[in-house]
Design a protein around this ligand. Sequence first.
Ligand code: IPM
Ligand code: MG
Length: 352
Amino acid sequence: MNYKIAVLAGDGIGPEIVEQAIKVMNAIGKKFNHTFEFSAAPVGATAIDQTGNPYPDETHALCMNSDAVLFGAIGDPKYDNDPKAKVRPEQGLLAMRKKLGLYANIRPVTTFPSLIHKSPLRADLVEGADFVVIRELTGGIYFGEPRGRSEDQEKAYDTCTYTKDEVRRITKLGFEYAAKRDKRLTVVDKANVLATSRLWRETVQEMVPDYKEIEVDFMFVDNAAMQIIQWPKKFDVMVTENMFGDILSDEASVITGSLGLLPSASVGIHTSVFEPIHGSYPQAAGKNIANPIATILSAAMLMELSLNLTEEAKAIRDAVDNAMDAGIVTEDITEEKAYSTSEVGEWIADNI
Ligand code: IPM
Ligand code: MG
């Protein structure tokens, strides 16, 4: 088969890690007789520099006309300490999510036995932890109106809104993931304080009878933040609103000790987007030292979720495991000989 893949490499280490995922996808193409047609387009700070817009219309059109989007990272330090910047790279990410209707961000939190010692938690707490955070991605306080500043500039406000329909579609996905896994769903909210959270709880409770085989529990977000570090193994599928999911998914990923290995998928109405969770890591940009594995594993998720190529996805994951077993890894995850970004990418592609 022939597949069209939009490549949005973005900023920082984005281009060099995405290049490795492309090598790996091409190796899969060779082995399994597919062609992947890659088309690149700018996003983030790179796109602002080139066009003034962090998510240009041409980039959006390319995404809409592709089977999947392979995404690197966005963000540039020159914007971080400039709260008055008129256009920000992050706006590109939010615009992309909204325009592609990417209402769900899926982050599998898995541990790699060889990296447990990198976890900030005791090994016995985190060994075997395996859960999925499903974050709502196009609603809540990230997008609610009104937002802004008062006329005298002394007050600022954001608005958190959710509709029952928004809650239903993401919760449905949560139930479906739980059904394929250990059949446990944790819904995280702040229903003791927020009206939107009470709407979530009510909506999920209405859905519970349709999914009798799934065990559902509700947890306040502050408690969830504690439980993730006290007892990460208790979770199977966690579903939550946009901002809670932003915070908890970072917390959840860091406890594995393998931040550089974790992929993610954003799915919804139009083309899905696959990206590593680690961000643009500007200090390493251009140095050929960044870990490409999270992006390579994002390509595996892409194969599975957007192209329905299960065997191909497994071939990528197996090759990544082989690289780790053989010690062909970047400096962030070894005290021994480290390999460069491109060497790791090449090795994995060859292994396939
Ligand atoms: C993420 C990031 C983004 C978010 C930023 C860069 C806007 O933190 O994808 O989790 O807050 O959603
Ligand atoms: Mg985040």
